[in-house]
Design a protein around this ligand. Structure first.
Ligand code: C2E
Ligand code: CA
Ligand code: CA
Length: 521
């Protein structure tokens, strides 16, 4: 059967045709109505009376058919409009908090852009402020109370934000990020609204019997006549990030210097990409001295980068950017390969210590990357020591444990770096089997002048001994620090007193020099 006859319209047409034909037969048989008969009779002379009757019936049927179709179409249009409105709502709203989303904001931006710049509605002529708000510590809460708990928290937070009267429209920009548009606020009111927002969000929230607390960072700026709303929102965001960098529950109005900071950071990121591509970042090596024998027992590789303008950029700065941008893997592989080749120039007893940053511990391929680099460059696994900090262990303990186990099994040594500066040093020592702990240089720098610090260093050395783990003291700068550490039984020393980080050629001269001195003494 053709598709038309299967549709509602087709079925209606067919039934009307059948009905029409029946009527025609009945009409023809019964000489339908006097008027119609008389009227039809006029055509009798031409023998067309039955044809005219057929036309009249067909006309009536067509009329009824049209009325039915129009009613149907109208119903369909109403349904379609409803479905469209629903789809539009779904596309422009966040299903969890029911707040308009980023797409709705973009639409508002477009609508504003379409309106002629000088002909904004009255609302736009009054001052408009955009606030960016981002929760602090939401991830931690999510881990604690689970995904559903995190959702419940977001719903409650959005209700609280909407309940603040002066917020005209509230958007959820995904995750734990909200944008608020408010109009007609003075500077004092803007500050007050920021404080209100922080207070509203930070009040404890009761979820599944837990009273959970999150923080909030707020940044804001005014809309400027003629600009797109998204530019204002972008500045509010920059201010919010700056506020966040100053610790939780801060608010800040946008300032021009924030732009400069972002521009400087973007330019540094671009330079870093290029430097990694051109292999312009190189490892330097700082000696590690066995304090029992005075021998050099290893070198720690430390990344060094001097940019094209001759300015040397501190490792914490470029390592931080590399971590945030995911460039760390490429940088790590390059530096490790370079260091492995350099380490082959030293005596077999000398180990290579290499820093692994916390974000790398989330990389499931880390161990295979390390093994591959060692194999290609010919350095045996037992000559490599990996230095990690506590932060590397607490983010994803299961993944970290798997990585450390694999490395250990292959003979790579593991050192716990910056020991004593984190929140959970002892917990980490209990959980993993380290080969070495490196007492952070902050304890060594001040411990001779501070009795309490000295006791802490003594306790750390005792801890190492009782767990049968070697201890390294970092940042030894003065002979009296060294003498003291030797007396206290520290195993390994590192610091400017022995040598600063140096290029590979200088390590060879350093080793020769050190051997001569040791032989002479
Ligand atoms: P770290 O691993 O704790 O490295 C020791 C830092 O202390 C080095 O700073 C070193 O130059 C410095 N230092 C050594 N002896 C002394 C001393 O006697 N006195 C003082 N005041 N400082 C001393 P550097 O090279 O600036 O590196 C800083 C941090 O950057 C490193 O801390 C490490 O966390 C990171 N880093 C450096 N290179 C790499 C790398 O290739 N990969 C990764 N993931 N991190 C790296
Ligand atoms: Ca280190
Ligand atoms: Ca360290």
């Amino acid at each position: 059967m053709p598709a038309f006859f299967r549709s509602r319209a087709g079925r209606q047409w067919l039934s009307l045709m059948v009905l029409g034909a029946a009527l025609w037969v009945v009409g023809a048989l019964l000489q339908f109505g006097d008027h119609l008969a008389a009227f039809v009779q006029q055509f009798d002379a031409y023998g067309a009376d039955k044809l005219v009757l057929a036309l009249a019936v067909a006309g009536t049927m067509s009329f009824i058919y049209s009325v039915l179709r129009i009613t149907d179409l109208r119903k369909e249009m109403v349904l379609r409009a409803r479905a469209e409105a629903k789809a539009d709502w779904t596309a422009t709203h966040d299903h969890l908090t029911k707040l308009p989303n980023r797409y709705a904001f973009e639409r508002a931006v477009l609508a504003q852009r379409r309106a002629k710049v000088d002909e904004y509605s009255e609302e736009w002529e009054r001052n408009v402020t955009i606030f960016g708000i981002d929760l602090d510590g939401f991830k931690k809460v999510n881990d604690l109370i689970g995904h559903n708990g995190g959702d419940a928290l977001l719903v409650e937070v959005s209700k609280r934000i909407c309940a603040i009267g002066s917020a005209d429209s509230v958007y959820r920009f995904g995750g734990d990020e909200f944008i608020i548009i408010a109009t007609g606020l003075s500077s004092q009111h803007e500050e007050r609204l920021s404080r209100l927002l922080i207070q509203a969000v930070t009040r404890p929230i009761h979820i599944d019997g837990f009273a959970v607390e999150v923080g909030a960072s707020v940044g804001y700026d005014r809309w400027r006549q003629g600009e797109a709303l998204e530019d204002t929102a972008h500045r509010a965001d920059l201010a919010m990030y700056e506020a966040k960098s100053r610790g939780p529950n801060n608010y800040l109005a946008f300032e021009a210097s924030m732009h400069d900071k972002v521009a400087a950071r973007a330019s540094l990121e671009a330079k870093l990409r290029l430097a990694i591509k051109n292999k312009a970042i190189r490892p330097f090596y700082q000696p590690l001295i066995d304090l029992k024998t005075g021998d050099v027992c290893g070198f720690e590789a430390l990344a060094r980068w001097t940019d094209d303008d001759g300015i040397s950029i501190p490792p914490p700065v470029f390592i931080g950017i590399a971590e945030e941008t995911g460039l760390i893997t490429a940088l790590f592989e390059d530096l490790l390969a370079h260091a492995c080749r350099d380490a082959l120039l030293w005596d077999d007893r000398i180990t290579l210590s290499f820093n692994v940053s916390p974000v790398q511990m989330e990389d499931r391929l880390l161990t295979s990357r390390i093994f591959k680099t060692l194999t290609i460059n010919g350095l045996p696994t037992n000559r490599l020591e990996i230095e990690i900090t506590e932060n590397a262990l607490i983010q994803d303990p299961a993944s970290a444990a798997a990585i450390l186990d694999d490395l250990h099994e292959a003979g790579v040594q593991i050192a716990l770096d910056d020991f004593g500066t984190g929140y959970s040093s002892l917990a980490q020592l209990a959980r993993y089997r380290f080969d070495k702990i490196k007492i952070d240089k902050s304890f060594i720098a001040t411990y001779r002048d501070d009795e309490r610090q000295e006791k802490i260093v003594l306790a750390m050395l005792g801890l190492g001994r009782s767990l049968n783990i070697k201890t390294t003291a970092e940042g030894i700068e003065e002979p009296r620090q060294l003498n003291n550490l030797i007396q206290l039984g520290c195993d390994i020393g590192q610091g400017y007193l022995f040598g600063r980080p140096m290029p590979i050629e200088e390590t060879l001269a350093f080793l020769a020099d050190r051997n001569r001195t040791l032989a002479a003494s």
